[in-house]
Design a protein around this ligand. Structure first.
Ligand code: FES
Length: 108
């Protein structure tokens, strides 16, 4: 059985406008377009109860809507205080125009 998860159509994700995505057995996800390349991270900020897709994308940085913390969209690394813990990021494949990730080992 394939662990590949289809999230959304790649063409629906515009540069600078992250999209919330959901997949069975996964935490809430965020899909980004950075200069035409698609990236996927967890959507929940590691500092509090905020969805990063409600925040502000500036190039490859996503700023949380709550306290001004930010993350590197490409790696998930925390970039600005008060965020100190990285968000998970997932390798992306585009398949038939769809954004796909592979469910990590151990995910429910
Ligand atoms: Fe994201 Fe505080 S909840 S910076």
């Amino acid at each position: 059985m394939s662990n590949k998860l289809r999230l959304c159509e790649a063409a629906s994700v515009k540069d600078g406008e992250p999209v919330a995505a959901f997949a069975e057995g996964m935490p809430a996800l965020a899909v980004y377009n950075v200069d035409g390349e698609i990236f996927v991270t967890d959507n929940l900020c590691t500092h509090g109860n905020a969805m990063l897709t409600d925040g502000y994308q500036d190039g490859d940085i996503i700023e949380c809507p709550f306290h001004g913390g930010s993350f590197d969209i490409k790696t998930g690394a925390a970039k600005a205080f008060p965020c100190q813990v990285a968000i998970a990021s997932y390798p992306v494949e585009i398949e038939d125009g769809w954004v796909c990730i592979t469910k990590p080992e151990g995910a429910a």
